[in-house]
Ligand binder design. Structure first.
Ligand code: KG4
Ligand code: ZN
Length: 321
C-alpha cells in the first residue's frame, strides 16, 4: 500500500493507492476559501494551514482505506515544484514517518504526479502518448514514453493556462480560483462575441500574457456596467482563446512526434470546453485533475524508493528543473 502526500500549493492531500493503481482513499483539504479573500494563494498562510491539516488528513486517508500505518509499504511525497514552505510541511512529515516506521520513501515531482494521474484505476493509459499538462503554475507539452519520466517539448513563456484563467476571472470580478468560475459562466455566453488573440510563438511553446492584456483593455473600454452585462460573453470568448491555444499545440506536437495517443492532465483538464474539444484524448477523472495525493502515490509506484536514511537528506525545490 502506497501512502501519497501532497502539499505543494493550497491543497493538503493524502491518499492510499494499491500497487496496481486502485485508489483506496483520496483526502483533500482545500484552503481555497482562506486564500480567496486575498485573490490568490498567500504562501506563508498556506504553510501554516498545511501544518494544521497534514496529520488529520493523513489519518483520514488511512482510516478511509481501512488500514493503519503498519499496512503502508511505501510513502510517496511531492518534493517540488511548488511553494517551498508548503512543500516542506509534506516532505518533513513524510521523512519523519519513513524514519519512524522504517518505510521506503519516493520523492515525487508534482508534474510527474499529474502525468501519473493517468495511470490510476481500471483502464490506465499506457505510454507512449503526448500529454498536455496545464495547471495554475505550469503549461507544458510532454512526450511520455514510459511510466516514470517525460520529455518536455514545449512550455509557457509567461503565464500558465490556469493562471490565465485565474487572472481573467479576477478582471471579470469572479472569485479565486477562477478557472471553474469562467468555465461555468462561459456556458451561458457566446464564444464568438469577442475576438481575443491566440499567441503564435515559435516552436511548441505557449504565451498567455497578451491574451490577458487584451481582456484587460476590453474590460476597460467596456466600462463597469457593460462588463457586468456581458460577463458571460467575455468569459466564453476568453476561454475559447485559451482552449484553441492548448489544443492547437497538442495536435502539432502529436503530429511532429508521430504519437497518436493524446492526454490532458492538471487542473485546467477539468475545463469542460477543453474536454469537449479533445474527444479522443485521455483525461484523468475530474477528482484527479486538480491537486490530489492519489496521483503522487501513483507516480511513486514506478520509481526506485530511497531507504529511510537516504530519505532524510532529500530537500524540496520550488521551481521546475
Ligand atoms: O493542478 P492544479 O489543481 O494546481 C496546480 O498544480 O497549479 O491546477 C489549478 C488550476 C487553477 O488555475 C484553476 O483555476 C484551474 O486549475 N482550473 C480550471 C478549472 N478547474 C480548475 N481551469 C479551467 N476550467 C476549470 N474547470
Ligand atoms: Zn498541480
Amino acid at each position: 500500500m502506497i501512502l501519497g502526500i501532497e502539499s505543494s500549493c493550497d491543497e493538503t492531500a493524502a491518499a492510499v493507492v494499491t500497487p496496481g493503481g486502485d485508489v483506496l482513499s483520496s483526502i483533500i483539504a482545500s484552503q481555497a476559501d482562506i486564500h480567496s479573500r486575498y485573490g490568490g494563494v498567500v504562501p506563508e498562510v498556506a504553510s501554516r494551514r498545511h501544518l494544521e491539516q497534514i496529520s488529520p488528513v493523513i489519518r483520514e486517508a488511512l482510516f478511509t482505506a481501512g488500514i493503519d500505518l503498519g499496512g503502508v509499504t511505501r510513502i510517496g511525497v511531492t518534493r517540488g515544484p511548488g511553494l517551498i514552505g508548503a512543500l516542506l510541511v509534506g516532505l518533513s512529515t513524510a521523512k519523519a514517518m519513513a524514519w519512524a516506521c522504517g518505510l521506503p520513501l519516493v520523492p515525487v515531482s508534482h508534474l510527474q504526479g499529474h502525468v501519473a494521474s493517468l495511470f490510476l484505476g481500471d483502464e490506465p493509459l499506457e505510454p507512449p502518448f503526448v500529454c498536455l499538462l496545464a495547471t495554475g503554475g505550469h503549461t507544458q507539452v510532454l512526450a511520455v514514453r514510459d511510466h516514470c519520466s517525460f520529455e518536455r517539448l514545449g512550455t509557457t513563456l509567461d503565464d500558465a493556462a490556469g493562471e490565465a484563467f485565474d487572472k481573467g476571472a479576477r478582471l471579470l470580478g469572479l472569485p479565486y480560483p477562477g478557472g471553474a468560475e469562467i468555465d461555468r459562466l462561459a456556458q451561458e455566453g457566446d464564444p464568438s462575441a469577442f475576438s481575443f488573440p491566440v499567441a503564435s510563438v515559435p516552436g511548441f511553446d505557449f504565451s498567455f500574457s497578451g491574451l490577458k492584456t487584451s481582456l484587460l483593455y476590453t474590460v476597460r473600454d467596456l466600462g463597469e456596467a457593460a462588463t457586468a452585462e456581458r460577463r458571460a460573453d467575455l468569459a466564453a470568448s476568453y476561454q475559447r482563446a485559451i482552449v484553441i491555444a492548448l489544443t492547437r499545440r497538442l495536435h502539432q506536437v502529436a503530429k511532429a512526434e508521430g504519437l497518436t495517443r493524446l492526454a490532458v492532465v492538471g487542473g485546467v483538464a477539468a475545463n469542460s470546453e477543453l474536454r469537449a474539444a479533445l474527444p479522443d484524448a485521455a483525461v484523468a477523472p475530474l477528482a484527479y485533475c486538480t491537486d490530489n495525493a492519489a496521483m503522487i502515490a501513483s507516480a511513486a509506484r514506478y520509481a526506485e524508493p530511497l531507504s529511510p536514511a537516504e530519505a532524510l537528506v532529500v530537500d524540496a525545490y520550488a521551481s521546475a528543473r
